[in-house]
Design a protein. Structure first.
Length: 278
């Protein structure tokens, strides 16, 4: 079997390490050099992990000639942030993507953020056949976890990475035994959301304190929520509402703000600020 792993630093590290710990060594890792270090927690570049484990890797753009000998092989994607085109997919017997949501819910970019922002009670990982569409291929495996009320994006990414790692081992083993079974997604229940930009980071003071708490947690520990031009690290307290309009800043200093929102006053800790010093 020819086994090729497409993966980025982050979730990809956990998947690669889990595979290696179970005695499964990809024949090739394809990754990309990012502009900076992985922002959510200190994780080494996945290429360095591959090198230390004698896994060949490169950051070249894949093309159909790169995988000419993979017609009976498996392509597994554990985050790549690019659509993989037909000229690559057609070289493999099976091509599977590990998407960190319970498809068809939260298709598309950054399901971690949207799951937390929308107050989902559960999240998960779905292994689906790769198509040239966006996360719409038939599903062969799915696993879920509960989402806690104060879950942050960093924690959710870490927890789902371990779910994806275990699933990757099962996928390789079932591919080898030819027991993978795929089921079409029910598109009636599909949801998807846009990519995030700076406008999406802004706190809406017309929302409830609970909605804002979820918004702030969904952007920790990077790139952080915004209130105007200030970066907000966390919501530290929810207080009884003052008799002023939502959006009114009741108190501010270098540590943070007390702000009136739809149903309460909230205390927001700013980046590099000290909580509770307002």
């Amino acid at each position: 079997m020819k086994f090729v792993l497409f993966a980025l630093t982050g979730l990809g590290n956990v998947v690669l390490r889990t595979l290696l710990d179970r005695g499964i060594r990809p024949d090739l890792l394809i990754t990309r050099e990012e502009k900076g270090a992985y922002p959510y927690e200190p994780i080494p570049f996945i290429g360095d992990l591959a090198s230390s484990s004698d896994v060949p890797w490169n950051t070249c753009s894949p093309d159909d000639q790169s995988f000419a000998s993979c017609s009976d092989g498996l392509l597994l994607v554990a985050t790549y942030h690019r659509i993989i085109r037909r000229n690559v997919l057609q070289n493999f017997k099976t091509a599977i993507n590990l998407h960190p949501s319970l498809l068809p819910h939260n298709r598309g970019a950054n399901p971690f953020f949207w799951s937390l922002r929308n107050g989902d009670k559960s999240a998960g990982v779905s292994a689906h056949a790769l198509t040239e569409g966006v996360d719409d291929g038939p599903i062969c495996m799915q696993a879920s976890i509960d989402v806690g009320p104060n879950e942050t994006q960093t924690l959710l990414r870490h927890r789902l990475a371990h779910v994806a790692g275990k699933m990757s081992v099962d996928i390789v083993n079932q591919f080898r035994s030819e027991t993978l079974v795929f089921k079409e997604q029910d598109s009636r229940f599909a949801t998807s959301y846009p990519r995030l930009d700076e406008a999406a980071f802004q706190i809406d003071t017309n929302e409830s304190a609970d909605q804002i708490r979820r918004h702030v947690n969904a952007l920790r520990d990077w790139p952080l929520a915004l209130l105007g031009g200030r970066r907000v690290r966390r919501l530290t307290q929810i207080l009884e509402p003052s008799l002023v309009e939502p959006g009114t800043i009741l108190s501010e200093n270098s540590a943070g703000y007390v702000v009136r929102v739809a149903d309460a006053d909230i205390v927001l800790e700013l980046e590099n600020g000290a909580a509770g010093n307002l």
